[in-house]
Design a binder for this molecule. Structure first.
Ligand code: FPP
Length: 243
């Protein structure tokens, strides 16, 4: 069945409101095709385009993709610079098309370690889409779940010390200080390439998420598989701790 037919099978009243994707396997894809790692990432960008388009067609609300983690700085200098440039170039290249498709895009993650000019360019480019009311696309860039929580706790502490905040800390307050403030919690986490870990991705927001894993390497991840993940989600019984 092609993806358009699969979309018609989705129960619109039970959609995962927030889907998070760990795009894994670019390096192994490159190895399999006897080419350089960077070509795996280049192919990965094509998959990002395909999946974002499909998310728009399926009427998804929030999609967060893990583009670069706080741990990815440990890779070789060449690969790190390549990834940073590839992500920026893809954003700049795709922004008009994203805007046309009513996508509201933002980068979530720490600004530390990235050049001020890089952060500024990201902000200025994304800002053009912030009036859009369709898919909310978050690109997790220099993102780490523990770093996000530490940033939140330190901001809470600062606001308590300055008197701006004088209540006990609740789950709502923590959520409101995260990069994802105001967004729904994650319903569905998808990870490609056969790895079955969360890898410090949206650890607070995924507390009750359903997980969906596939052996497919990210550059090969198809529109059909993406919709299948949503269909499988709709078959799950979510109990949130109840019997
Ligand atoms: C994991 O594969 C992938 C990444 C660390 C980078 C993901 C980035 C992209 C797909 C680039 C585009 C992003 C945007 C937003 C345009 P890996 O290198 O860990 O693969 P391996 O585990 O097989 O070595």
């Amino acid at each position: 069945m092609n993806y358009k037919e699969l979309i018609t099978k989705l129960d619109k009243s039970n959609m995962p409101r927030h889907i998070a994707i760990i795009m894994d396997g670019n390096g192994r894809w490159a190895k399999k095709h006897k080419t350089k790692r960077i070509n795996g990432h280049k192919e990965g960008v094509k998959a990002v385009r395909r999946i974002v388009e499909t998310a728009v067609e399926a009427g998804a609300e929030y999609l967060t993709i893990y583009a670069f983690s706080t741990e990815n700085w440990r890779r070789s200098k060449t690969e790190v610079s390549y990834l940073l440039k590839l992500i920026m170039d893809s954003l700049v290249k795709e922004i008009d098309e994203l805007i046309k498709n009513n996508v509201n895009i933002r980068f979530i993650g720490s600004k530390e370690k990235l050049d001020e000019s890089y952060n500024k360019r990201v902000m200025e480019t994304c800002k053009k889409s912030w009036k859009n009311t369709g898919l909310h696309l978050n690109v997790a860039m220099n993102y780490g779940g523990r770093k996000e929580l530490l940033d939140a706790f330190n901001s809470i502490l600062a606001d308590v010390c300055s008197g701006k905040l004088d209540t006990e800390i609740t789950e709502k307050i923590v959520s409101d200080y995260l990069y994802t403030a105001g967004m729904p919690e994650v319903d569905l986490v998808i990870r490609t390439s056969g790895e079955e870990r969360l890898s410090n991705f949206l650890i607070w927001q995924s507390a009750y998420a359903e997980f969906w894993f596939t052996q497919t390497l990210w550059p090969d991840f198809s529109r059909e598989e993406f919709i299948q993940a949503m269909l499988d989600f709709q078959q799950r019984k979510r109990r949130f701790g109840e019997r």
